[in-house]
Design a protein around this ligand. Sequence first.
Ligand SMILES: N[C@@H](CCC(=O)N[C@@H](CS)C(=O)NCC(=O)O)C(=O)O
Length: 223
Amino acid sequence: MTIEVSAFRWVPPFAQGFVRDLRVRWALEEAGLPYREALIGLRDRESAEYRAWQPFGQVPAYRDGTVEMFESGAIVLHIADQSEALCPRDPAGRARMTTWVIAALNSVEPHVASLAAIDTFHRGEAWTTERRPQVEEAVCGRLTALAAWLGDRDHLEGRFTAGDLIMTTVLRELVASGILSRFPTLDAYRARCEARPAFVRAMAAQMETFRAHAPAARTKASD
Ligand SMILES: N[C@@H](CCC(=O)N[C@@H](CS)C(=O)NCC(=O)O)C(=O)O
């Protein structure tokens, strides 16, 4: 069967270009694997049918006829297993790729997500005055360490891997706040990875879906 990736039909503009199906679309584009979107509306998150595919009602979910999965990181690792474009074939290179995927998701993203939650969903609330500087410091601590690792290299290891793919999707969440520009080598790394034709195609595909289902073009039934 054609690979299927779940994605939202439409999200508000602030989230467009950042929904996590982008990671899977990007990995599939790098791997040269065709896919089709399984589009859901925000209300479909609650349906028993969708929860059977993605227990938390989130996107993305994935199926390819052999496996059925959720969690963008797990899905990208599964795709990387099948593609040298995302993962070196030698065990040592593969282990480093896995390490960076998990590092991005487990050591960097939680801090970035805390900051994004404050700036997006809690902006102006009293408690954030005390909390935000602490969260920003934690983010900058991780970025300092990451920049030290990257040095003057183009990628986290000797070549582009799925580790760079996931790390880029984490770092790009820090562009709007101006935080990433305080780390010029990381910002250049992000831009380098985003310039890859596969990223450009993945982004265009996500944005085209939102354009096609923008509120004015939607009917009640497709919400
Ligand atoms: N850890 C999950 C997170 C997925 C996630 O947060 N998806 C968001 C969109 S970017 C979502 O579906 N949000 C709706 C919700 O949580 O109800 C993954 O990486 O797949």
